[in-house]
Design a protein around this ligand. Structure first.
Ligand code: HEC
Ligand code: HEC
Length: 390
């Protein structure tokens, strides 16, 4: 039996090379499927729940606050401690600092402004609400609204930056100032858009029928891309220009953290979302139309949400040091092996399973990794921000 398999494998290897080397012929349906992963970059974000979203003065204040360790209780930790520009806005570690007991990985902030749920478990329904959490979490920056308020009122640069962004001087309401600081932080983070990649050039060439430009993208990458949108079913969840549908899924990553500790994922996230005074149903939402709160108003906490985590976007994915919500997978090759071999017993999703063991050949795995790596590009260097109020 083994020998027969071996022989068959050898034969396949002898006849396969021509097929394995060639780029695929793209059908109309496949071209449409690839087209949906662009164009890139998308239009700039404008969040109606945040009145300084998209404003230059809000963005400038946010960038200063992002890098300012005085935003933490002991003055030693800033957002940039864990979300480092030189590490694709993450920390390069499998587990983030201060995530005990759940031991989660620090996500990259590339393209974060285009999402609608935030955090691995979706506990935030706006980027500004999500930005409040680390400031006041005792395991992270361990600060309090009163100290943030005092900082904005008493520091000349920040007070001036606040005035330019919000049109008034920082007032006496500390909680309001905490929220406003988070809104400026969100405005800045909305500008973190990842660079164009080799994939984007190919996607545009394919959609435009430019064969010469298409040929600049490797045959292996092309085959991997076709697998991604077709047989692999990856595009169902890793959908659209950011390669995420912004929702949640269970792909069979263990949710046991340590004996006695389970990460319930979205189930717990929704409980925290509803408890938060900063969610979009609360008084800090700047959108008077109510439209931005629609998702939050209608979302329900279902048992099926247990063990679901947010579908990560895949741009710049090959540059990360570890994968999944808990950093438990070390390389892209291992991610692909996971999808190839995942045990159906590990999945507990109801209805049609979107994830099933794909049983990929070594060539298919290599191609898929080559495609995923074509979603990476070196970002341009960032100049230091100018002073807020020269
Ligand atoms: C001590 C490390 C640490 C610090 C400091 C920190 N973060 Fe994070 N950040 C994390 C971790 C870990 C997560 C994932 C949390 C989770 O989902 O449970 C995260 C998640 C996020 C997310 C959600 C991203 C997404 O894809 O949904 C945003 C936005 C964010 N942080 C912004 C900030 C801002 C703004 C600051 C400063 C006010 C900050 N972070 C400070 C570690 C940190
Ligand atoms: C059912 C929806 C779904 C499908 C189908 C799916 N994924 Fe995922 N993917 C996810 C979710 C959810 C995570 C995060 C899981 C976690 O952290 O526990 C993830 C994580 C990943 C990651 C790690 C990203 C990171 O930053 O940690 C990669 C890479 C990836 N998927 C690639 C693929 C590929 C390739 C396919 C097709 C073979 C695929 N996915 C199919 C939902 C899906």
């Amino acid at each position: 039996m083994r020998r027969a398999l071996l022989l068959a494998g050898l034969l396949a290897a002898l006849v396969a090379p021509a097929a394995a080397q060639a780029p695929p012929n793209w059908s109309e349906d496949e071209i449409r499927a690839v087209g949906r992963h662009g164009p890139w970059p998308p239009p700039a974000v404008r969040d109606p729940s945040n009145r300084v979203s998209g404003t230059p003065a809000g963005i400038a204040l946010g960038e200063h606050l992002f890098n300012d360790p005085r935003l933490s209780g002991d003055g030693r930790m800033s957002c940039a401690t864990c979300h480092q520009a030189g590490r694709d806005w993450s920390d390069g570690q499998p587990k983030g600092i201060g995530t005990v007991p759940l031991d989660r990985r620090t996500p990259s902030l590339w393209n974060v402004g285009y999402g609608h749920w935030f955090g691995w478990d979706g506990a935030g329904d706006s980027l500004w609400a999500q930005s409040i959490r680390p400031i006041v979490d005792p395991r992270e920056m361990a600060n309090a609204a009163a100290r943030v308020g005092r900082l904005l009122r008493e520091d000349g640069q920040l007070a001036c930056g606040y005035r330019r962004a919000f049109g008034v001087s920082p007032g006496a309401d500390d909680e309001q100032l905490l929220v406003d600081a988070a809104k400026a932080l969100a405005a800045f983070q909305e500008t973190l858009v990842s660079p164009r990649t080799a994939f984007d050039d190919f996607r545009d060439a394919l959609v435009g029928g430019d064969r010469q430009a298409m040929a600049r993208y490797g045959a292996s990458e092309q085959r991997g891309l076709r697998f991604f949108v077709e047989a692999g079913n990856c595009s169902t969840c890793h959908f659209g220009p950011r390669f995420t549908n912004g929702e949640f899924g269970d792909v069979g990553i263990p949710f046991f953290v340590r004996p006695g500790e389970v990460d319930s994922g979205r189930l717990g996230g929704l409980a925290r979302l509803f408890d938060s005074p900063f969610n979009l149903l609360g008084r800090y939402n700047d959108d008077t139309t109510g439209a931005s709160a629609r998702r939050t108003r209608h979302v329900q906490r279902l048992h099926a949400n247990f063990g679901e985590f947010r579908v990560p976007g895949l741009r710049q994915v090959g540059r990360a040091g570890a994968y999944m919500h808990n950093g438990s997978v070390g390389t892209l090759e291992e991610v692909v092996r996971h999808y190839s071999e995942v045990s159906p017993d590990r999945l507990h999703s109801d209805g049609t399973p979107l994830v099933r063991p794909l049983g990929m050949s070594p060539q298919q795995s290599t191609d898929l990794v080559a495609f995923l790596r074509s979603l990476d590009a070196e970002p341009p260097p960032r100049p230091a921000p100018p002073p807020l109020c020269p």
